[in-house]
Design a protein around this ligand. Structure first.
Ligand SMILES: Nc1nc2c(c(=O)[nH]1)N[C@H]1C(S)=C(S)[C@@H](COP(=O)(O)OP(=O)(O)OC[C@H]3O[C@@H](n4cnc5c(=O)[nH]c(N)nc54)[C@H](O)[C@@H]3O)O[C@H]1N2
Ligand SMILES: Nc1nc2c(c(=O)[nH]1)N[C@H]1C(S)=C(S)[C@@H](COP(=O)(O)OP(=O)(O)OC[C@H]3O[C@@H](n4cnc5c(=O)[nH]c(N)nc54)[C@H](O)[C@@H]3O)O[C@H]1N2
Ligand code: SF4
Ligand SMILES: [Mo]
Length: 738
């Protein structure tokens, strides 16, 4: 029978609605869902990957155990027992901190992993927690946490209403937006220009987004904070600064003015590569626009001054009066917001960072995690003896993978929850595969917190799950209860305990924001169906749009979302100051100590390397793990080294010929593509490639192997305050390889 199911695509941050046409249990086609109020029919080519992923013969369906002769399939019960025994053994012998965990990017796209990953981490009780955050958005979380009081209190550019969008280090036409959940960025940017708005892009490469912009300026990698602080300088110098809705809600304004004083456009022009008159004009236009938003992404976070750049992006927003105003940068009001709905009037607690450090290099903890740049140190130092990875492939994504590869090979035990035998999981002693994304229910818990409109959509599993294949939450909870010494307890009972704890956290004894609500009422109303859906129901019903368990007519609940399979539009972003702030004094801290202390390092930096390496993303990839899907890899080779014509001539490189790229930590040979997209002195290689390792089971990816750029990125090159890796702006030497 032919049927159509509707769901969100979970392959990137854009959360597009897809219509999946099914012939019984086989996927016939994938289309955009025109009735999805947020994506309105838009999808990108990756959506077809959902079908290819479903059918990929290399995708694991049963647990694998590594033996001397390679990997072999084993049963689930046996796999769980062995995983728990081995983890307990390491813990008993060497202590809790001997087990490290690494959570990869798809965790943010899985309701199951978002809710049960933390349960498993808690059961492990380790301080050796790592994730893809510290090779991604961590600097933005640090600056937002210190300024606004919460790591996810990130102002989102109001792309649908802004008159002026200044984009630094992001390529939303390819990435489809990040820390800015916005399906159909091509359409949204087109609409911006059609209504007379202006798009300005600052990027060392003339990217796909730069090509459709009104203006594009090359910038020397790593110098965004210089540019932005000099724009702030101009605002003060010309008396253009105004706080708008942040008036009376900030502290540290004088300190910011004193810092900006030191960054006149004329003083930064040479280092940034942008001339002083242009900087002055950018500042004036931003201030003069009826509304404007400044937005920075990977190019501003994964670089040596990631925290300062992230902070300066918001200084520009705040000091041009654009924070919290329509068309500027606003905070969302998410429908499901774990722990984010305190009782009215309750003060925030802010964030505490650096509560512990890594053992070898003393790198700071941030939001409960250590930076992944420290993982190899910690393993080599002998402290870490076992590793659990969930949805992560650090051997393609973390810095200095040559070293990390050796470190992982020496571990006593590695467990991976993942459905591919890839570069990282080939080191695992056991791999536990979750069902495919189409066989799981989902809700974009994290991404809707950063969406350009308030939206809510719950997707049921599109296809049934084989009876003997545990759901992803079941895999994680089975491990967690085993580690807590409750192996024999049935899952439903264990889940009831987890839920009860969550309810206590959301509702407390005083009902939180809902008068008369208590934990027992909430628990009873949430029912008995174990798994993530009733936790989601809890967050929805107690949230800002919730029905408060019957206390507000028309409020949200899981039932309402089930009745609206295309999703619900909750309207444009709304001003939310000051209630949204979670700093202890209720003010925005414009000059947090941790950030300000890094300004001297910026002032002293010279940015004089002859050639530096940056990354780029490609429409038909998502990081490292979609290269085994034929529709997403066919066509010409994509893992090429972009080099500007003048550099190519100077370095003796020829188009389509191999070049050797060498950094402090490693060396790769890649095919050159001479392109005038590149700023002189800057070359670009995409990440996520390098599928040529022995022992992987990725038949298609192996045919399109490419090279691993993170053999070049340096685990000593960090953004100092956050210890996030500087994957962009890596000094390299480039020469002919023949
Ligand atoms: N198709 C596709 N979509 C994706 C992904 C993918 O791999 N493929 N990955 C997803 C993930 S995990 C993320 S985090 C997002 C990222 O989303 P984006 O940040 O939008 O993605 P990038 O394409 O990496 O854009 C970074 C840009 O920064 C530029 N850049 C590099 N260094 C600097 C610098 O020092 N300063 C400035 N101003 N610019 C610099 C690069 O040239 C590049 O154009 O994308 C997500 N979406
Ligand atoms: N040089 C350079 N390096 C980079 C970047 C860059 O711009 N340049 N970008 C960085 C960024 S922004 C990111 S986010 C990281 C990503 O780094 P990672 O998160 O480590 O890598 P991914 O490629 O996203 O790997 C995802 C893994 O999850 C598995 N997987 C996919 N879906 C699921 C699922 O639903 N459940 C489970 N259990 N597993 C699943 C895949 O098989 C794969 O093994 O890479 C970073 N590395
Ligand atoms: S843009 Fe992202 S969410 Fe939308 S279809 Fe493509 S991969 Fe899926
Ligand atoms: Mo990312």
């Amino acid at each position: 029978m032919i049927t159509t199911a509707y769901r969100s695509c979970t392959l990137c941050e854009a959360t597009c609605g897809v219509a999946v046409e099914l012939d019984d249990d086989r996927v016939r086609s994938i289309r955009g869902d025109h009735e999805d109020p947020f994506s309105r029919g838009f999808i990108c080519p990756k959506a077809y990957g959902l079908k290819a992923l479903e059918e990929d013969p290399d995708r694991l369906q049963r647990p694998l155990r590594r033996t001397a002769g390679g990997f072999s399939e084993i049963g689930w019960d046996e796999a769980f027992d062995e995983a728990i025994d081995r983890l307990l053994e390491v813990r008993e012998r060497h202590g809790s901190d001997a087990v490290a965990t690494y959570l990869g990017n798809p965790v943010a796209h899985s309701l199951h992993a978002m809710l049960y990953g933390p349960v498993l981490q808690k059961a492990l009780g380790t301080k050796q927690r790592y994730s893809a955050s510290s090779i991604d958005q961590l600097p933005k979380m640090v600056s937002s946490g210190l300024m606004f009081g919460g790591g996810l209190l990130v102002p989102v550019p109001d792309v649908d209403r802004t008159d002026h969008l200044l984009v630094l280090g992001a390529n939303p036409l390819v990435s489809n937006g990040s820390l800015m959940t916005a399906p159909d960025m091509p359409g949204r940017l087109r609409a911006l220009r059609e209504r007379g708005g202006k798009l300005v892009v600052i990027d060392p490469r003339r990217s796909e987004t730069a090509r459709v912009a009104d203006e594009h300026h090359f910038i020397r990698p790593g110098t965004d904070a210089l540019l932005l602080l000099s724009m702030v300088h101009v605002l003060f110098e010309e008396g253009l600064e105004r706080l708008g809705r942040a008036e009376g809600l900030v502290r540290g304004l004088d300190a910011v003015q004193a810092i900006a004083e030191r960054f006149a456009p004329e003083a930064v022009a040479e280092r940034t590569g942008i001339d002083a008159p242009t900087i002055r004009r950018l500042a004036r236009e931003h201030a003069a626009a009826a509304s404007a938003a400044c937005y920075g992404r990977i190019g501003t976070t994964c670089q040596e001054f990631g925290t300062l750049s992230s902070w300066a992006v918001d200084l520009v927003n705040i000091l041009t009066g654009n924070l919290d105003r329509p068309g500027g940068a606003l905070f969302t009001k998410p429908a499901a917001n774990r722990g984010g709905n305190p009782s009215p009037g309750k003060r925030g607690r802010g964030v505490k960072l650096g509560r512990w450090t890594s053992r070898v290099r003393g790198l700071p903890e941030m939001f409960g995690e250590l930076p992944v740049a420290a993982l190899a140190d910690e393993i080599e130092g002998g402290g870490v003896r076992a590793l659990l990875t969930i949805a992560g492939n650090p051997l393609l994504s973390a810095p200095n993978v040559g070293r990390l590869d050796g470190a992982l090979a020496g571990l006593d035990f590695t467990l991976s929850v993942d459905f591919y035998l890839n570069e990282t999981t080939r080191h695992a002693h056991l791999i536990l595969p979750p069902p495919s994304p189409l066989r799981r229910d989902t809700y974009d818990l994290a991404l809707y917190q950063l969406a350009v409109q308030n939206v809510a959509k719950y997707s049921l599993a599109t296809l049934p799950r084989p009876a003997d294949h545990p759901d992803e939450w079941e895999i994680l909870l089975t491990l967690a209860k085993g580690l807590m010494g409750m192996r024999e307890m049935d899952l439903a009972t264990a889940d009831n305990f987890v839920l009860a704890t969550l309810v206590q956290g959301e509702v407390g004894d005083d009902g939180g924001r809902w008068t008369g609500l208590d934990a027992s009422e909430a628990l009873a109303a949430l029912g008995t169906q174990p798994g993530p859906s009733r936790m989601l129901d809890l967050f929805l019903r107690t949230g800002s749009w919730g029905d408060g368990f019957g206390r507000r007519d028309g409020g949200l609940s899981l039932e309402r979302l089930r009745d609206n399979p295309h999703g619900l539009a909750l309207g444009p972003l709304e001003p939310s100051l000051p209630a949204v702030l979670r700093t202890p004094d209720g003010l925005i801290d414009l000059a947090p100590g941790l950030v300000v202390r890094d300004v001297e390092r910026l002032e002293a930096a010279r940015f004089e390397s002859d050639v530096v390496l940056i990354g780029r993303r490609q429409l038909r990839s998502n990081n490292s793990w979609m290269h085994n899907l034929v529709p997403l890899v066919k066509g010409p080779e994509r893992c090429t080294l972009l080099v500007g014509p003048a550099d190519a001539a100077r370095l003796g490189l020829e188009d389509a010929a191999p070049a050797r790229v060498t950094s402090r930590v490693g060396s790769v040979v890649a095919k050159v593509c001479v392109s005038d997209e590149m700023m002189p002195g800057v070359v670009s290689l995409p990440h996520g490639w390098g599928h040529d390792r022995a022992g992987i089971r990725l038949g298609v990816a192996r045919e399109h192997a490419g090279v691993n750029v993170n053999q070049l990125s340096d685990d000593a090159l960090l953004d100092q305050p956050s210890a996030n890796a500087a994957l962009n702006g890596v000094p390299v030497r480039v020469e002919r390889a023949d």
